[in-house]
Each structure stands twice: as structure tokens, then as C-alpha cells.
Ligand binder design. Structure first.
Ligand SMILES: [Fe+2]
Length: 317
């Protein structure tokens, strides 16, 4: 990352946020799962991957599990919002998450083909562009470039960082045409009417989500539709109190390796399992936790298909 790009990021998000993230990234890169007070995440335990691979091979499930990781399910999800302006009736949001791009078994061929067949007005990506949680990210950006070319919509692409992503990736991601929200918000306009998309930085590992800051630019008066992008479903209490109408997130992978019938073994989130996958409601706030596109550790899924969601917005009647 160039020095002027780093100073621009500091200026944009403030030194407190930037310093904290960079410091934790450095600590994390150095020891990954050491005794630093950081959470120890499943995806950072080095021995889990080889052990899981051996188990899948011995049990004869490996080939099926790899094929499953490319068997994308397109989910059409209707959302009824009280404050939706009339011109946004039927507005479609393509929701991608947890791309973990370098780990996709076929290099992205099937994903590009599936995305090319979908119609939508806006695309949002709720974090985890990178496979690993440390090290090189240039390969991630190389894999992201062709995906971005396959995402075609009127209102562009908005993204946030996940716990696998580094702050230094932001300039490269934005150069490819994705507007990243780092505790920020942007208006989406149709005619004279507006909805707001706010996006927070990672709450799961780096704990740098600042919803108050993200909503600073959003007008206070009602009615206005507020959609929040968060990597994980771990700030739902705060978001509901802040009058978020729709909370879009990923992170859990829906479990990735599930029991027959789809019950996850691990969801890797500090919140209830009812928020681990699919649509949910918390008080007045609606939410959706996508199972995500990619995989962690290994390119495998069992009883848990990768998911591409299209949220269709409608006004309540
Ligand atoms: Fe992820």
C-alpha cells in the first residue's frame, strides 16, 4: 500500500479506527491465534484443515463436498419495508458474501456464469473477499477483477470488509469499482427518492464496527429506509436500537459443514443460532444472514449449499 493511500485512509476513517485495525492486523499476522486477548477462530487453527480433509477423504465424501462448494443456490428473498419510497418498489439487491476468492475450487468459472444470469439493481458484498486471514492479498484482488466484470447493475457495487480482509485492501478493491463502506453510509437515489445503505467494519474479530459513525450522514427524520451491511450478525441489538430496517450479513457460511438436514455444527458467531442463516427478525428489524458464496479452510460444503441472494424490496401495504 502506498504511503499516500494509507494517509488518505487515515483521513477518511479517522486515526483511532485505522490505527486499531492496523495494529490488530499486525498482531494477528505475527501470531494468528496467540494469547493476545483476540478471539481464537476456527479458521485460524492450522491443524483443522488437514484433519478435515483427511476425514472427508477417508469417508469418501471429499469429491462430493468439493462439488457442493460450486453448486450455487440463487435465493429470491422478498422483503417488506415500512419506510420504502414508492420508486423503490421491486428494487432488487444482489447480496454476495464470504467470497474467499482464492479458495474457489474452479477459480470462479461457475460463479461468473451464475451471476451473469441474474438481474438486479444494486450489488452488496458483506465481507471476506480473501481466503486467508493474513498474508498476501494481491491474489485476492486478481481474482476479484473478473468477478466485478460479471456484476452489471444500475447502482453499482457496495462492499464492506470482513474478518479475513485487511484495511490495506480497500484502495485496490475500490479501484476495481466497488464502493467500500468503512463505518460510512451512502444514499441510493431513484428519481427524487432515496434509501440509505450503511456499512460497518468488522465486528467479529477486529471489533471496529462503529454504527453511530456509520449513520452520521443518514438523515434522522422518518420515513427513510435504512439498510445495514455488517459482516456478521453480531451487532443486531445495537442495529435494532438504531432503527435499522434491514440488516444484511454473512460470516457464518451457514455452518459450511452441516449435519444431514442442514443443522450447522459450528456457526462461528457470538449470537444465537437463529441468526446463523437465512431470514430472521429482531424486534422491528428484519435481517438476512447468507450462507455465502465461498468457503473457509477447504473448498468443501456438506448439507449447506453456497448461496447467492437477491433481496426484492416492497413497501408494506
Ligand atoms: Fe467468511
Amino acid at each position: 500500500m502506498e504511503t499516500n493511500e494509507l494517509s488518505h485512509i487515515f483521513e477518511r476513517i479517522g486515526s483511532h479506527h485505522a490505527s486499531r485495525r492496523l495494529e490488530l492486523q499486525t498482531i494477528h499476522s505475527a501470531i494468528r491465534s496467540g494469547p493476545t486477548g483476540l478471539h481464537i477462530s476456527f479458521e485460524n487453527l492450522d491443524r483443522v484443515g488437514p484433519l478435515l480433509k483427511a476425514l472427508l477423504k477417508i469417508s469418501g465424501l471429499w469429491n462430493r463436498a468439493v462439488r457442493n462448494s460450486l453448486n450455487y443456490e440463487i435465493v429470491e428473498h422478498p422483503v417488506r419495508l415500512q419506510n420504502l419510497p414508492p420508486t423503490f418498489q421491486g428494487f432488487r439487491i444482489l447480496h454476495l458474501s464470504d467470497l474467499h476468492l482464492e479458495g474457489i475450487a474452479d477459480g470462479g468459472t461457475a460463479l461468473h456464469r451464475v451471476i451473469s444470469q441474474i438481474d438486479y439493481d444494486l450489488c452488496v458484498i458483506t465481507g471476506d473477499f480473501r481466503l486467508l486471514t493474513y498474508g498476501d492479498y494481491q491474489h485476492t484482488l486478481t481474482c476479484l477483477a473478473p468477478l466485478v466484470k460479471h456484476i452489471q447493475c444500475t447502482h453499482g457495487i457496495i462492499g464492506i470488509l470482513g474478518n479475513h480482509d485487511f484495511l490495506e485492501m480497500v484502495p485496490g478493491i475500490e479501484t476495481l469499482g466497488i464502493r467500500m463502506l468503512l463505518n460510512e453510509a451512502v444514499p441510493i437515489q431513484r428519481g427524487a427518492e432515496t434509501i440509505w445503505i450503511a456499512g460497518v467494519d468488522d465486528a467479529h474479530w477486529y471489533e471496529v464496527a462503529d454504527l453511530t459513525k456509520a449513520l452520521q450522514a443518514v438523515p434522522k427524520q422518518d420515513p427513510i429506509a435504512r439498510i445495514l451491511l455488517a459482516h456478521s450478525p453480531e451487532i443486531i441489538e445495537e442495529a435494532a436500537l438504531a432503527d435499522i430496517d434491514l440488516y444484511l450479513c454473512g460470516h457464518s457460511h451457514g455452518g459450511q459443514i452441516c449435519m444431514p438436514g442442514g443443522t450447522p455444527i459450528i456457526v462461528n458467531s457470538r449470537c444465537g443460532r437463529e441468526y446463523a442463516a437465512g431470514s430472521w427478525r429482531h424486534h422491528h428489524m428484519q435481517g438476512y444472514t447468507t450462507r455465502g458464496v465461498g468457503t473457509s479452510l477447504l473448498p468443501v460444503r456438506l448439507s449447506c449449499r453456497p448461496e447467492i441472494v437477491v433481496h426484492h424490496l416492497f413497501a408494506t401495504t
